[in-house]
Design a protein around this ligand. Structure first.
Ligand code: TRP
Length: 426
């Protein structure tokens, strides 16, 4: 049900916590009329959401509502509202997903998983992990750049449109994950780890012959990343499916071995383009193969990369008709600007469009699409304190949630030791 701005203005009061408006409550104080409010990066109110998930049209008038009500002391209405809000958060299903901080994110990540994350971030409670420890699997020598890469990934996340009020955190800063990895490690056989096709591919790509224990076992650590938050949905690229399957096996065996339903099965969600071929026309888009188009690239750099991309291998001369169905540039057209494909196809097949012009046009389309991302990303690049702050808040929240799971896990495993005050299982 949509209401007019004026209606909302007259019906609602503000609940303010820690100097931030966290909710509007119906003047009647009825919890069913409670609205959850989310702040924009700029700290201005950008969006308001009803507790039941319906969007209201109050964006513009909200600041005036904010100033027309005084902060309320912690009254019973407010306490009740907080409880209600907590319940609403709990009822939301959880997403957990993330990336390794090996450099910039690119348009392959966008169509493979980021688009899903952006689409679902209102519907789900979202946890985004920047998996710095996973970098040590096949990029051990890159450890010195982990910190700056974490920052870059954060700017990419926020730039592409993930809102700062989601929970963003760094894997190494949540020690509960290492603890859970240890516990899970007893549930997975070496033979099972050796069968993981993604691990095998990575070892091959990076020519890792002497695989470390941590590399072979990282799918167990990824299961801990997911299960510490009891996540329901895992939006990932196709290469991550074996890890989700491994996680599901761990859920089953943990619950069976320790006799308690501590975990439930998480489900993967794959993007509409599970694998985007890179600009070399041979491999999956990836930073290490330098066949990528990143959010951090300048418009000129994007143009250069697209102009150099492999397109129609069968078309030798400009006057020859092209083969859109075998052309990588056409694939990009169909993904990033599908409305243009009939014209592009027709002009290509009739040789009225040359490959160079086609790619130049494609580059400007991509740049057009990325303009907003670039601008928003730049805003974060220039505010490092804000970015680190968003991460610090996320880490605190992630630790709280993971610690709750660990209490349950230790109890189920009978290693809570309530009589020992040092850990006490609490
Ligand atoms: N393995 C993922 C990648 O390489 C990163 C990752 C770590 C992850 N932990 C996760 C993804 C948990 C999803 C869920 O990009």
């Amino acid at each position: 049900m949509q209401r007019s701005s004026e209606e909302i203005k007259t019906r609602c009061a503000c609940v303010i916590e820690n100097k931030s408006i966290v909710a509007l409550v119906g003047a009647s104080g009825s919890p069913s009329a409670a609205h959850e409010m989310v702040f924009a990066e700029s700290k201005e109110i950008q969006r308001i959401k009803r507790a039941d998930g319906l969007r209201c049209c109050a964006e513009i008038i909200l600041p005036s509502i904010a100033s027309s009500f005084q902060p309320k002391p912690a009254t019973s209405v407010m306490t009740r509202h907080r409880q209600k809000r907590r319940k609403v958060m709990q009822q939301k299903k959880r997403i957990l997903t993330g990336d390794r901080p090996t450099g910039q994110l690119h348009i392959g990540h966008y169509v493979g998983t980021l688009k899903n994350r952006i689409r679902l971030q209102d519907e789900y409670e979202c946890f985004f992990i920047i998996a710095d420890l996973q970098v040590l699997t096949d990029h051990l020598d890159d450890h010195a750049s982990i910190e700056s890469n974490v920052y870059k990934v954060m700017c990419d996340y926020l730039g592409v449109g993930l809102r700062p009020e989601n929970t963003f955190f760094v894997q190494s800063q949540v020690p509960e994950l290492a603890e859970l990895t240890m516990y899970f490690s007893f549930l997975v056989t070496l033979a099972r780890l050796h069968r993981n096709p993604t691990v095998k591919d990575e070892a091959k790509t990076y020519e890792v012959t002497n695989m470390s224990y941590g590399f072979l076992g990282y799918p167990i650590s990824q299961a801990a990343d997911i299960l510490a938050f009891k996540a329901d949905l895992i939006p990932v690229g196709q290469d991550q499916l074996p890890h989700i399957e491994q996680t599901r096996e761990i859920v089953r065996s943990f619950n069976r071995v320790f006799g308690r339903e501590v975990f439930t099965l998480p489900h993967p969600l794959i993007g509409e383009v599970p694998i985007l071929v890179g600009t070399d026309g041979n491999n999956k888009m990836s930073k290490s193969l330098d066949n990528f188009v990143a959010f951090a690239h300048s418009p000129q750099e994007i143009e250069r990369r697209i102009l150099n991309m492999v397109s129609d291998r069968k078309r030798a001369y400009r006057k020859d008709p092209g083969h859109p169905d075998e052309c990588f540039a056409f694939k990009y057209w169909s993904i990033f600007s599908p409305n243009d494909t009939p014209v592009v196809r027709q002009e290509c097949e009739s040789a009225t469009r040359g490959c160079r012009d086609c790619k130049a046009q494609l580059a400007s389309k991509l740049n057009e699409h990325l303009a907003e991302v670039r601008e928003r990303r730049q805003r974060y690049v220039s505010q490092p304190d804000l970015v680190w702050d968003i991460l610090a808040t996320g880490i605190r929240r992630a630790r709280t949630v993971a610690a709750e799971t660990l209490v349950e896990v230790r109890e189920a495993m009978k290693i809570a030791f309530p009589k020992l005050p040092i850990k006490g299982g609490k």
